[in-house]
Design a protein around this ligand. Structure first.
Ligand code: WT7
Length: 650
């Protein structure tokens, strides 16, 4: 949660776009007018404008079986064709699609013609391995060109990708492989991170060695890190061998608009990650529409850089599908922001003349801490628009971003959306909206959102409540893979006909929206979603742990940090020092889930605060974790427990 909300709402600074920006802006006030006049006609128009259909849809929305939506259902398209071939056919084959920069400094420039050729060969290689429409392919790769190629090749043949972030552990990888019943994994030997090769293939080997038969038949391995790896004959195939052996020509076949495009796993309130399902036509329409209008994209001249990894939804929508559907030129960077030197990102912006830059508040706050001298040593004058995503951006970080990175002129778009929404939902429009530091402000034209109280009644301006989406939208999730009941239960049971996002929000006096963070047991660490339940179950899977409770405590850099309260088993306690126990538990969580889930702090306690019905009162633990005085304890079964906890920690 950002700074105290009452302080936020007294934020009086306003930034209107410059007349020069307005003059050339892609989006003007007419978008909102058209959407308000006829919402479905507006989306039908966006689908025509942004997508090339093999068969134009005549239907826009089918909402006859809510909450299962169909958008553009009788239309047919090929998503990869839209991201590739059509730009080449339009004469833009020589335009750069990707300026790739590896962490060690190796570079590769890939034009639309080259990327199209690469994807065609890769598509044929997948077909040669027996992958067909509807089959699931897990992609576990670093941020390299092959990640983009692999995703598009899977999409091109109508298969379904499930990209797993390279920072996830073998266990997390295996559970995603199993849940989707994937038949192919695409990985790399390793990738570069912080000056070293971080191996990936061993995690795939470990995942597939877990007891019980795996559905995976083959593992395609990109050579990147050149690290030593184990090899399973018959199962493992080098990517470069497979694509070299594949035919060069491939004609993209159209699929139905509702054909599945990808699954992406994200954390929910229970321990098991949810496989969020996205389909083709509606998703592509909304990512292309938002990428063009929110980022004011002029594809002939702009250089776009979204720093998100392709393993997250931001990488799917604003590294791969949105920018490529729009024929944009972009930067793709493999490594960490500060490797080998703290100004690496800024030197990349200078080198490639980046004009549109999209990153997360956690990164901005990290740079603020390191000092403005670092960006100021670079020429950042090419930047003309900045974006933020992943968590609320506090006004201080917003102002720093504007002044130090944006030279006091570039508009900032604070974009609110989720893995489930597929594309941006709430954001200023850069040539239209007068921006306010810290607020995502208004739903985009075509999108309706509301803030409601516990009974579902809309709140008045100046009040807070829960964020809901009252009307279906084209890039909405179509369900949770293999679990339709959980889809209904998680998002549609609270308010019936309205989508419940899980976020708290407040409207200011103008009706603009300020996001306040999650209202459920989901944490947001560096813009990445983690569930308390998932980390708790990782902790209790360790033999020394009897019980655990995890909370997200506010953290200056990462937004929230994982803080665990752990009760050790009596018998095991004696054999380990407290320091050893804490170190083991932190490592254990990283191994079970991934390094991003490693608790910042582990408190060993003798009790946990519980209500009479046995529910852990996380609110009280959060008070402890954030060093505050503990709040109201009257509903605890044993009111002395918080004293015991506070004293035991000292
Ligand atoms: C959650 C979704 C969307 C891509 C990255 C995260 C939080 C996201 C903002 C923003 C305030 C934001 C919300 C949301 N969030 N963007 N601009 N302002 N909060 O995707 O992992 O699906 O997480 O991130 O809490 O529910 P995700």
């Amino acid at each position: 949660m950002p700074d105290n909300i009452d302080n936020l709402l007294t934020e009086g600074r306003r930034f209107a776009p410059s007349p020069e920006f307005v003059d050339q802006a892609v989006a003007g006030t007419e978008l909102a007018e058209q959407a308000a006049a006829d919402r479905l006609a507006f989306w039908a128009e966006q689908a025509r404008r942004h997508v090339t259909w093999a068969t134009e849809p005549t239907e826009t929305l089918d909402w006859s079986n809510p909450p299962f939506a169909k958008w553009f259902a009788d239309g047919r398209l090929n998503v990869a064709y839209n991201c590739l071939d059509r730009h080449v056919e339009a004469g833009n084959g020589d335009r750069v699609a990707l300026h790739f920069e590896g962490e060690p400094g190796d570079t590769r420039t890939v034009t639309y013609a080259e990327l199209t050729a690469d994807v065609k060969r890769a598509a044929n290689a997948l077909l040669d391995l027996g992958v067909g429409p509807g089959d699931r392919v897990v992609i576990y790769l670093p941020q390299i060109c092959e990640a983009v190629t692999a995703m598009l090749a899977v999409a091109r043949i109508g298969a379904v990708h499930s990209v797993v972030f390279g920072g996830f552990s073998a266990e997390s990888l295996r559970s995603r492989i199993d849940d989707a019943r994937a038949t192919l994994v695409i990985t790399a030997d390793g990738g570069w991170r912080k000056g070293q090769v971080s191996p990936l293939k061993p995690a795939v080997d470990a995942a597939l060695a877990v007891d019980g038969e795996s559905t995976v038949r083959h593992v395609l391995v990109v050579r990147r890190g050149e690290n030593e790896i184990d090899w399973t004959e018959g199962r493992d195939i080098w990517w470069h061998d497979a694509v070299a052996a594949a035919a060069a020509e491939h004609v993209a076949e159209p699929f139905e608009a509702e054909h599945p495009l990808f699954i992406l796993y994200t954390s929910g309130t229970t321990g098991k990650p949810k496989g969020i399902l996205h389909t083709s036509g509606g998703y592509l329409t909304q990512v292309a529409y938002t990428h063009r209008n929110v980022f004011d994209l002029h594809p002939e001249t702009d250089v776009f850089w979204c720093t998100a990894d392709v393993g997250w939804i931001t990488g799917h929508s604003y590294v791969v599908y949105g920018p490529l559907a729009n024929g944009a030129t972009q930067v793709l960077y493999e490594g960490t922001p500060d490797s080998p030197e703290p100004g690496r990102w800024w030197s990349l912006i200078e080198k490639y003349g980046v004009t549109l830059f999209y990153t997360a508040p956690t990164a901005i706050r990290g740079f603020m801490k390191a000092g403005r001298e670092i960006p100021q040593a670079h020429d950042l004058t090419s930047l003309r628009l900045l974006g933020s995503v992943g968590e609320p951006i506090n006004p201080e970080a917003w102002m720093w971003y504007r002044e130090v990175i944006g030279g006091d002129v570039a508009p900032i778009v604070d974009t609110w959306w989720q893995t489930e929404t597929g594309a941006i939902m709430i954001s200023p429009l850069p040539g239209v909206t007068e921006t306010k530091p810290g607020s995502a402000q208004t739903p985009l034209p075509g999108i309706s959102v509301d803030v409601v109280d516990d009974h579902g009644d809309p709140v008045s301006n100046g009040e807070g409540g829960l964020l809901v989406v009252p009307e279906p939208w084209p890039s909405m999730l179509r369900g949770i893979w293999g679990d339709p009941d959980r889809y209904v239960e998680t998002y549609w049971s609270r308010f019936g006909d309205r989508y419940f996002a899980g976020d708290g929000a407040r409207r200011d006096a103008d009706g603009d929206i300020w996001l306040l963070g999650r209202v459920d047991d989901v944490m947001n660490v560096s813009g990445h979603r983690l569930s308390t339940a998932e980390i708790e179950s990782a902790l209790v899977s360790h033999p020394i742990v009897a019980e655990s409770a995890v909370v997200g405590a506010s953290d200056e850099t990462t937004g929230q940090a994982v803080v665990a309260f752990v009760i050790l088993r009596n018998k095991k306690k004696k054999s380990l020092s407290p320091e050893e126990a804490v170190a083991q538990l932190r490592t254990h969580v990283a191994q079970q889930i991934g390094a991003i889930a490693r608790p910042r702090t582990v408190f060993l306690v003798d009790e946990l605060p519980k209500t009479r019905s046995g529910k852990i009162m996380r609110r009280l633990l959060r008070d402890v974790a954030e060093g505050r005085e503990v709040g109201d304890t009257t509903t605890l079964a044993d009111t002395s427990v918080m004293t015991v906890i506070s004293e035991g920690m000292r």
